[in-house]
Design a protein around this ligand. Structure first.
Ligand SMILES: C[S@@+](CC[C@H](N)C(=O)[O-])C[C@H]1O[C@@H](n2cnc3c(N)ncnc32)[C@H](O)[C@@H]1O
Length: 246
C-alpha cells in the first residue's frame, strides 16, 4: 500500500515538474515574442507532436552531425537529444540572448553545442568546429519573415555540407500569414524549398499552437548551375540534373 502511494507521489512530482518547466518555457517564449516577433515568429514553443514530426524522416541513430536552426527554448532540441546516438553532435543556432541563457541553464548534454550565432553564419561556425558534413538540418526559422535574399544565403551556405543522404526539415504554420504594410499576406515556403530539393514530403500537425506543416526535404541540388537548370527549365532532363548533384 505504502509502495503504491510512494509511486503515485513520485508520478505527481514528475508531472508537476514537467508542468512547471512547460510554463517557464512558454513564459520565456511569449515574452520574447512580444519584443521581437519578426524573429521569434510565434507565441508558443513547438509542441512535442510537432517536434516528433520534424524528426520523423531523419535517420538519427546513425547521425554524426545534426544542425538545428532557431533552437528557441529547446522544444525540438530536447527531442533531438533523446534520439541522437552518444557520439553525435548537435549544433544549435539561436540569435535571441534570452533563449540562449534559458537553454544554458537547462541543457547540460555534452552532445549539444549551443551557438549564439545567426544561421547564415553556419559555414564559418561549422568549419571552425571541424565539421565537414551534415546528416540533418532541423529548421524552425520563420521563412515567411525572411527576405528571399537571406533565405538564399542560408541555403547557399548549407550546400557544401550537404550530400545526397542529408535531410533538411522545416516547418511553417498552416495559416501562412504575414502582416505587412497594413495587409495580411499569405506565404508558403514550399515553392522556395522546391528550388533546392528534388524530393519534399509534407505532413500537417494539428496538435500544435498554431497547427503546422512539416516539410521533409531530400536530394538537394548542390550547385547553382543545377538549381538554374531546374528553375529555368533549360536543359531540363533528369540525367543532367543527376550529374550536377553529384
Ligand atoms: C518559431 S521559433 C522556433 C523555436 C523552437 N525551435 C521551437 O520550435 O519552439 C524561431 C526561432 O528562430 C530564432 N531565429 C530567428 N532568426 C534566426 C537566425 N537568423 N539565426 C538563428 N536563429 C534565428 C528565433 O530567435 C526563434 O527562437
Amino acid at each position: 500500500m505504502i509502495e503504491i502511494m510512494m509511486k503515485n507521489i513520485e508520478a505527481c512530482k514528475s508531472s508537476l515538474t514537467e508542468a512547471v518547466k512547460g510554463f517557464q518555457s512558454f513564459k520565456t517564449f511569449f515574452l520574447a515574442a512580444t519584443t521581437d516577433f519578426q524573429n521569434v515568429a510565434s507565441v508558443a514553443p513547438s509542441s512535442r507532436h510537432l517536434a516528433r514530426a520534424m524528426l520523423q524522416g531523419l535517420s538519427l541513430n546513425e547521425a554524426r552531425t545534426v544542425v538545428e536552426l532557431g533552437a528557441g527554448t529547446g522544444a525540438i532540441t530536447r527531442v533531438l537529444l533523446e534520439n541522437l546516438p552518444p557520439k553525435a553532435t548537435l549544433l544549435a543556432f539561436e540569435i535571441n540572448p534570452e533563449f540562449i541563457s534559458y537553454m544554458q541553464k537547462r541543457f547540460s548534454d555534452p552532445r549539444l553545442v549551443l551557438l549564439n550565432a545567426r544561421a547564415e553564419n553556419l559555414g564559418y561556425e561549422l568549419r571552425r568546429l571541424g565539421h565537414k558534413r551534415i546528416d540533418a538540418v532541423v529548421s524552425s526559422l520563420s521563412l515567411r519573415f525572411m527576405p528571399d535574399d537571406r533565405q538564399r544565403i542560408l541555403h547557399d551556405v548549407l550546400a557544401p555540407f550537404m550530400d545526397e543522404k542529408s535531410v533538411y526539415t522545416q516547418y511553417q504554420y498552416i495559416h501562412g500569414l504575414r502582416f505587412e504594410n497594413g495587409k495580411f499576406l499569405r506565404h508558403s515556403s514550399l515553392p522556395f524549398l522546391r528550388e533546392y530539393f528534388a524530393s519534399i514530403q509534407c505532413q500537417t500537425i494539428w496538435r500544435n499552437l498554431p497547427p503546422a506543416q512539416v516539410f521533409t526535404c531530400r536530394n538537394r541540388f548542390r550547385s547553382r548551375r543545377a538549381l538554374e537548370v531546374h528553375t529555368t527549365g533549360k536543359r531540363h532532363n533528369s540525367n543532367s540534373l543527376a550529374g550536377e548533384q553529384a
